[in-house]
Design a protein around this ligand. Structure first.
Ligand SMILES: C[S@@+](CC[C@H](N)C(=O)[O-])C[C@H]1O[C@@H](n2cnc3c(N)ncnc32)[C@H](O)[C@@H]1O
Length: 222
């Protein structure tokens, strides 16, 4: 089962977006420490709800890249006034349509765990980053107990802020960090800020064994 942000889900997500923000304070405090400047890619940026904030923090230009046309459309609709330095781009993160070494910063809030080939996605992020550029963002970092490792890369129903179950790939933080290093990124920090809104869906048999955490990461292209 694969989640696509089709019109109905995109509409639900955008209207409930404000409920998914418990990690925002930690995320923006980290971004301020890293520094936001130059050309920024908001990777899996959905409706671009962070783009204006990234401009306020110091970006010259933000490109919101997302695979879901309805999510991008929602962003364009919401952005009533023309903001000349925010652009929406429909593309898959496994194949970023930009030349190598284009961006000073790649930002990504809760996207990587929807991508089956996250290793390929992370290689692409690394390719489009300038040397020493930063990759900052969040990902669902699932903790699996001994004996449940085979669940990695399977799709489990998660709920966010009490919403409908969302099919989400199981990615452990350890795996994502390995994929970052293999791509040529140095993992500078990996924190686990509280995110009480994410949970396994009610009724899932392994519900009590698995912990859904949020990984807040900073990585740099070496
Ligand atoms: C949880 S939403 C996060 C959206 C936005 N970053 C935010 O915080 O509101 C995940 C987003 O990842 C996008 N996405 C999933 N797979 C993708 C892929 N392969 N390439 C690009 N975007 C993808 C979805 O369309 C969706 O907009």
């Amino acid at each position: 089962m694969k989640l696509e942000y089709k019109e109905s889900f995109a509409d639900w997500y955008v209207h409930n977006r404000a409920r998914f923000t418990p990690t925002n304070a930690a995320l923006f405090s980290t971004l301020q420490k890293v520094g936001v400047r130059g050309r920024v890619l908001d990777y899996g940026g959905g409706d671009g709800c962070y783009a204006e904030r990234l401009i306020q923090e110091g970006a010259d230009q933000v490109i919101v890249l997302d695979a879901s046309f309805p999510m991008l459309q929602a962003g364009k609709k919401r952005q009533e006034k023309e903001v000349s330095n925010i652009f929406f781009e429909a593309a898959r993160g496994e194949r970023i349509p930009h030349p190598s070494e284009t961006f000073d910063l790649v930002f990504s809030n809760f996207c990587l765990h929807y991508i089956a080939h996250s290793a390929q996605a992370i290689r692409e992020v690394c390719r489009v980053l300038k040397k020493n550029g930063a990759f900052v963002g969040t990902v669902s970092d699932v903790w699996l107990p001994m004996g449940s490792e085979s669940l990695e890369d399977s799709t489990l129903p998660l709920t966010f802020a009490g919403g409908p179950p969302v099919p989400t790939l199981v990615k452990t933080g350890q795996r994502i960090r390995e994929e970052m290093r293999a791509a040529g990124l140095r993992v500078v920090s990996w924190e686990l800020p509280p995110n009480p809104t994410a949970a396994m869906a009610e009724g899932y048999p392994e519900r009590d064994k698995i912990r859904i955490r949020s990984g807040l990461f900073v990585a740099r292209k070496v």
